[in-house]
Design a protein around this ligand. Structure first.
Ligand SMILES: [Zn+2]
Length: 290
């Protein structure tokens, strides 16, 4: 092993005449005391306020991040809130909506793409209006179309702003790369996994896929695969009820399966994310050889 000695990295002093690294004015938000040289988690020497990472790097404060993300941030907020809110009148006026739905199925399924309606309620409607087979085909086609609409909208809103936010945070980037930056089929699998739980937020997931610049083809394929079981279940529920005058009941086994799938998703995604963060930590802190 030649040259081992000379390969040991040293701290290289900055070349002479180069500008000093720019240090933003780090001041305690409460008392204004200088936080120069202190680490996150420590306390302000003057007033004792806990120092947060955002205090040392004002760029990372939530407000600054939202501002940089611009319309993408507002779209994410809208898509978090709207489907749930708008599902209330849908459930209440189900018979009226179902009548209208029969005549406008493709268009109304596409509404999910604009983040306006929850997909579960729509799948129940599709089952009620068309029966299991046609209902399932209609609902899945509608959802794949809607995910394309949502992806395109979020991509437009995000430009590359969200990607830029991810790039400035090594931990986010590591997790993103581990989840959707790998092979085609791995991405398909992850997307399918995230789409599986019945309460997986459809519009918000479209936003996430677009904002993290997940490739379109595996995203769409994973969406179709992951949404099939829950759409089938919802369509079957809708097909079984003869009248929507009362809200169709969700069978117990389906609720249990829903909870179980959420747990599986959290465990798997969490495991992949933790592994990526571990690797990142190991790569950045040289471990002494035992
Ligand atoms: Zn202070």
């Amino acid at each position: 092993m030649p040259e081992t000695q000379s390969q040991i990295p040293e701290t290289i002093p900055p070349p002479e005449g180069s500008p000093a690294p720019s240090t933003p004015a780090l001041a305690c938000r409460k008392c204004g005391f200088s936080l120069e040289g202190l680490a996150a988690g420590a306390s302000c020497p003057e007033c004792g306020r806990e120092i947060r990472p955002a205090d040392l790097n004002p760029d990372e404060a939530l407000g600054a991040t939202i501002k940089r993300m611009g319309p993408a941030a507002w779209l994410a907020f809208a898509w978090t809130v709207l489907p749930g809110l708008l599902s209330v009148p849908l459930w209440i006026r189900m018979p009226v909506v179902a009548d209208w739905f029969r005549g406008h199925a493709p268009g109304s399924l596409g509404l999910a793409g604009f983040g306006l309606l929850p997909t579960v309620a729509q799948a129940v409607l599709a089952g009620f209006a068309f029966g299991i087979h046609v209902g399932l085909a209609a609902a899945l086609t509608g959802f794949v179309g809607a995910s394309l609409v949502g992806y395109a909208l979020a991509r437009r809103a995000a430009q590359h702003r969200v990607e830029a936010e991810i790039e400035r945070r090594p931990r986010f980037k590591a997790v993103r790369d581990a989840l959707v930056g790998g092979s085609f089929w791995k991405t398909v699998g992850i997307v399918a996994l995230v789409r599986t739980p019945p309460n997986s937020p459809f519009a918000l997931t479209n936003w996430l896929l677009a904002a993290t610049e997940t490739k379109l083809l595996p995203a769409i394929l994973g969406t179709a695969i992951g949404m099939t079981p829950r759409t089938l279940a919802a369509v079957a529920i809708g097909a079984k009820v003869s009248s929507l005058s009362q809200r169709p009941e969700t069978p117990r086994w389906l609720i249990a399966a829903g909870i179980a799938s959420v747990i599986v998703v959290i465990i798997v995604i969490g495991w992949i994310a933790n592994r990526a963060l571990d690797r990142l930590t190991r790569a950045s802190t040289p471990t002494p050889d035992a």
